[in-house]
Design a protein around this ligand. Structure first.
Ligand code: FE2
Length: 158
């Protein structure tokens, strides 16, 4: 009885740890989703508003980033549902600053990508602890895409 009691106690505490981890993961994934929804909105806004000669190249680039953010949001949303959570429908509240100047747009883009990369790196640590390889691979692809965007922006701003 004692052994049985001890075992079921450790199983239930293990389950509690799992549930906590999943709960935290759903929260962090929702944070990422909020940032993706915001990024899609911000990049579409900049693609439409950019003025001057840089419009030629940066407008398509911002459109590509907007599309990529929507695709990332879709993957993250499905991961949240898989974990039994409810995906957020509102974008992250961090203000989207209106401008028509390309250099200001690049600064705001860099800020957004830096934030995204940091949220995804903490998500990857959390997924590792629940041991879902498929989810880990999907999020890692997003994380690597954020790092590539970050590097592109850094080079554009030199
Ligand atoms: Fe993204």
């Amino acid at each position: 009885m004692l052994i049985h009691g001890g075992r079921s106690q450790s199983i239930s505490s293990a389950l509690r740890v799992d549930t906590m981890t999943e709960h935290n993961l759903i929260q962090t994934l929702n944070e990422a989703l909020g940032w993706e929804l915001r990024a899609a909105n911000m990049y579409a806004h900049y693609a439409a508003n950019i003025r001057g000669i840089h419009r030629l190249q940066l407008s398509p680039m911002f459109t590509t980033e907007a599309t990529e953010s929507t695709m990332h949001a879709d993957i993250v949303r499905k991961a949240i549902v898989k974990l039994g959570g409810i995906p957020v429908t509102e974008r992250n509240a961090h203000p989207i600053i209106h401008t028509t100047l390309y250099n200001e747009m690049l600064i705001h883009s860099l800020e957004t990508e830096t934030k995204a990369a940091s949220v995804y790196s903490s998500i990857m640590v959390e997924i590792e602890s629940i041991g879902d390889q498929e989810m880990y691979d999907a999020i890692e692809q997003i994380y690597l895409a954020e790092l590539r965007s970050l590097e592109e922006l850094r080079l554009l701003m030199e």
